[in-house]
Design a protein around this ligand. Structure first.
Ligand code: NAD
Ligand code: GLY
Length: 362
């Protein structure tokens, strides 16, 4: 097992990474305020991992209520959240009853928002079971739900007390979901670690083949980057915005074609290629670098072409982005591979050229 720390003063917390951690109740129990917890999971993950987790906690004298939600990004909404509040209330969960999220990013985001708001905040624990959740969404405290008008538009910053990333859970993850997680892994190389980008070029086939050592290394490096960025800028007033590389386009894709049609990681992947294209149009990246990025994204089995929603629709959807300030779009762009910055004042004709390129490729 490896343990990293997200350094947030008194709210600092560990990220434990390793195979078989789900059965190690002692990694969770010290973070509970009472010997009772609510596990929030979904109908796909519950048959796989709910019993082992419950058993591990029961071994330490902790009883659990189970809240099993419907699966899917399209269920990351107000109705499902309300279902959670109903279950917490009817089971008489108290202010010191911890919420444990067991699942991917959808469950983690939704359960985290429920934990942040139920009785004005209860202890929260993340047990991520997808690659995407283990490398990104379980760390950093962004929680929330989607709104029909915009992705992740309702939510709160609310940090977990511990993150338990059991890499053995990835054995049951469908290939398409594993690939989607790789989009966020590639993102770290692009925004702040050229050596990691090169490592990914050399090892992407090992990752796709689920080589345990390669996966563990990629998860550790990704979590290290995420932890450093979150410690430096928890509320995204600066450097944390760089973690949104590809997300301005990606969120527009997800909302525009309907939540759940493209996976979040797939939309981010196509968004990364669009962001690289826009970076080239601004004179930051050269054509060969853009090709290199698209090549890695493609080799990871991810889409390099965005769907053709039409430029007007893209602009409308991108206008509902959390990076928008005073009505102006801001993009995370690449100065080079391994170095990103947030750019406002991107000339609209260049954005339209990038989007027109997407239309040509669609
Ligand atoms: P997901 O939660 O929908 O999980 C993907 C699929 O895999 C689901 O069908 C799920 O039931 C299933 N699954 C989960 N674990 C499994 C396992 N071990 N074996 C078999 N099946 C398993 O999707 P995701 O990619 O994990 O997360 C995407 C979500 O995360 C999006 O809503 C996105 O907005 C959010 N996100 C949040 C942050 C953040 O900082 N909070 C960062 C990135 C993404
Ligand atoms: N996934 C982006 C962030 O956590 O800031």
């Amino acid at each position: 097992m490896e343990t990293l720390t997200v350094g947030l003063g008194e709210r600092s917390y560990p990220i434990h990474i390793g195979a078989g951690l789900l059965s190690r109740g002692e990694l969770i129990i010290p973070h509970l305020a009472q010997p009772r917890a609510a596990i929030i999971t979904n109908s796909v993950v519950a048959p796989l991992y709910l019993d082992p987790l419950k058993k591990a906690l029961a071994g330490g004298g902790v009883s659990c209520i189970e809240i099993v939600l419907p699966d899917g990004e399209e269920r990351k909404n107000w109705e499902t959240l309300n279902q959670v509040y109903d279950a917490l209330l009817s089971s008489r969960c108290e202010r010191s009853t911890a919420v444990i999220a067991l699942g991917g990013g959808v469950i983690g985001d939704l359960a985290g928002f429920a934990a942040s708001s139920y009785q004005r905040g209860v202890p929260f624990i993340q047990v991520p079971t997808t690659l995407l959740a283990q490398v990104d969404s379980s760390v950093g405290g962004k929680t929330g739900i989607n709104h029909p008008l915009g992705k992740n538009m309702i939510g709160a910053f609310y940090q977990p007390r511990v993150v338990l990333a059991d890499t053995a859970t990835l054995n049951t993850l469908p290939d398409r979901e594993l690939k989607a997680g790789l989009a966020e892994v590639i993102k770290y190389g692009l925004i702040r670690d050229f050596a990691f980008f090169e490592w990914l070029e050399a090892h992407v086939d090992h990752l796709l083949a689920r080589d345990p050592e390669a996966l563990a290394y990629a998860i550790r490096v990704s979590c290290q980057h995420k932890a450093e960025v979150v410690a430096a800028d928890e509320r995204e007033s600066g450097v944390r915005a760089l973690l949104n590389l590809g997300h301005t386009f990606g969120h527009a894709i997800e909302a525009g074609i309907g939540y759940g049609k493209w996976l979040h990681g797939e939309a981010v992947a196509a968004g990364i290629v669009l962001a690289a294209d826009l970076s080239r149009r601004l004179g930051y990246l050269g054509g060969p670098e853009v090709e290199r990025i698209a090549n890695l994204v493609g080799r990871a089995g991810l889409p390099v072409k965005a769907p053709d929603l039409g430029s007007d629709r893209y602009l409308e959807l991108m206008g509902v982005d959390k990076k928008v300030v005073s009505g102006k779009l801001r993009f995370v762009l690449l100065k080079k591979i391994g170095l990103a910055e947030v750019c406002s004042d991107v000339p609209e004709p260049l954005i339209l050229e990038t989007l027109a390129g997407a239309a040509l490729h669609a």
